[in-house]
Design a protein around this ligand. Sequence first.
Ligand SMILES: [Zn+2]
Ligand SMILES: [Zn+2]
Length: 183
Amino acid sequence: MVSGIHTNDRINVVPVKFSNNSFLKKIINELNRRFHSDISPLAMDLDIGETFSEERAQYFSTQIIASFSSLTSDVSGKVLLITEVDLFVPVLTFVFGEAQLNGKHSIVSVCRLHEEFYSGISDDDLLFQRTMKEVLHELGHCFGLIHCKDWDCVMHSSQGIEEVDIKGNFYCKTCARSVIGLK
Ligand SMILES: [Zn+2]
Ligand SMILES: [Zn+2]
C-alpha cells in the first residue's frame, strides 16, 4: 500500500508575464474540478528580468522559482506559476515547466504549448488541453509524484509537443492512489 500524500493544500495560481485572464480562469475552474483543495488566483508583483538569458532569449525557470520562493514564505499551500515566456534550464534547449519535487513551487510556460509555435495555426482548445496536462504534471511533482511509464498518465514525461499530445490528461490509478485528495 502506497502511503498517501494529502492535497488539502491550497493551490495558489500566480500569473507571471501572463495577461490572458480568461484563460487563467479556465485553468482555475478545471483545477477545481480535479482537486479537493482550494484553488485561488494570487497576484504577485515580481520583476523576473534578472532570470532572462540574452544569449538564449529565454528565462531560466529554476531562477524564477528561486526568486518567488523568497516572497512566498508566508503563502500557505502550493504556488503554481503560469507564464507566457519561454523557459530553459542550462542542460536543455527548453522546458515546458519545472517543479520542486514534494515542494511548494512549480511553473508552466504556455509558450511552446501554442500550436502557432509549430504550424502557425492557432488552436485555443488544443492550447487548453496541453496546458492542463503540463499543469497537472508539474503539480503532481509538487505532490510527490515522479515520472510514470504509463503513456495514458499525465505524469509521463514529455520532451516534445508530440509527447504532450500523446499522453493522457489524468493521473493513472497508481499515481492517483498515492495522492489523497484528487477527484
Ligand atoms: Zn516531470
Ligand atoms: Zn501514473
